[in-house]
Design a protein around this ligand. Structure first.
Ligand SMILES: O=P(O)(O)OC[C@H]1O[C@H](OP(=O)(O)OP(=O)(O)O)[C@H](O)[C@@H]1O
Ligand SMILES: Nc1nc2[nH]cnc2c(=O)[nH]1
Length: 189
C-alpha cells in the first residue's frame, strides 16, 4: 500500500544518527587509501541509494590524498518495494574496466544479489580487482555466499531500513540518518 514519508517516520525507529554515520564513513577511508595506494580506481556509485554515501566517502579518501575516477551504474531489484525481485540494469558505466581496479560504493549490503551481479559484471568486463564499500550491512544469514563488504560502515538489524540514500517507497533518501520500519508497519504495507 502506498504510504507517505510522515507515516514511515511515525512507524519507525532511529537506528543510526548522522554523526555516527558520518564517522563510520570517515573511518573507512584510511583502509581504502592504504589498499589502493599507487592506483586510481574506478569509483562506481551504485545508484540511487549509494549516492549520498559515495559522495561523502569520496571526500574522505580525497582528503587523504587519494584520487578516484568517478562513474556510476544503476541496478535495482527493489524498485521502491520492501522486498527484492529480479535485478534490472538501468545504466551501465561507460568507463572501460579492462585492467582497472574498481571500488563499488553502495548504501546497503542486504541479501547480496545486487552486489554479486555487479561484481560478476565488472569482472566479465576485465576489471582486475573489484572491492565493495557499503555504508550499512544487514545482519542475517541470507546473504549470497562469498559476498561481503571489504569496507563497511555500520550494521543494521534485519528490518526494512531507510534514510541516507535508502528509500521508503522512493521517499526519504535525503534523511541524514538511518531508520527502521517497525515489523508491524511492514506487515501493513
Ligand atoms: O543486497 P540486496 O538484497 O541485493 O539489496 C541491496 C540493494 O538494494 C538497494 O537497491 P534498490 O534495488 O532498492 O535500488 P535503488 O538504490 O535505486 O533504490 C540498495 O541500494 C542495494 O543496491
Ligand atoms: N531502502 C532499503 N533498500 C534495501 N535494499 C535492500 N534492503 C533494503 C532495505 O532494508 N531498505
Amino acid at each position: 500500500m502506498a504510504r507517505d514519508l510522515a507515516w514511515a517516520l511515525a512507524n519507525s525507529d532511529l537506528i543510526h544518527d548522522r554523526a555516527t554515520l558520518d564517522a563510520s564513513i570517515a573511518a573507512m577511508a584510511p583502509a581504502i587509501a592504504r589498499d589502493f595506494a599507487g592506483d586510481v580506481p574506478v569509483f562506481l556509485t551504485v545508484m540511487h541509494g549509494g549516492l549520498p554515501f559515495a559522495g561523502r566517502l569520496a571526500m574522505e579518501v580525497g582528503a587523504l590524498g587519494m584520487d578516484l575516477e568517478f562513474d556510476y551504474l544503476h541496478a535495482t531489484r527493489y524498485r521502491g518495494e520492501t522486498s527484492g525481485g529480479a535485478l534490472t540494469w538501468k545504466h551501465r558505466p561507460a568507463t572501460p574496466l579492462r585492467g582497472r581496479r574498481v571500488l563499488l560504493a553502495d548504501d546497503i549490503l542486504d541479501e547480496g544479489h545486487t552486489l554479486d551481479a555487479i561484481m560478476r559484471w565488472c569482472r566479465a568486463e576485465g576489471a582486475t580487482d573489484v572491492r565493495i564499500a557499503a555504508l550499512a550491512v544487514k545482519k542475517h544469514d541470507r546473504c549470497v555466499p562469498g559476498i561481503r563488504a571489504d569496507y563497511a560502515g555500520v550494521d543494521v538489524p534485519d528490518r526494512y531500513v531507510f534514510g541516507y540514500g535508502m528509500d521508503f517507497q522512493q521517499q526519504g533518501r535525503a534523511l541524514p540518518v538511518i531508520r527502521a520500519l517497525t515489523d508491524e508497519a511492514l506487515r501493513e504495507l
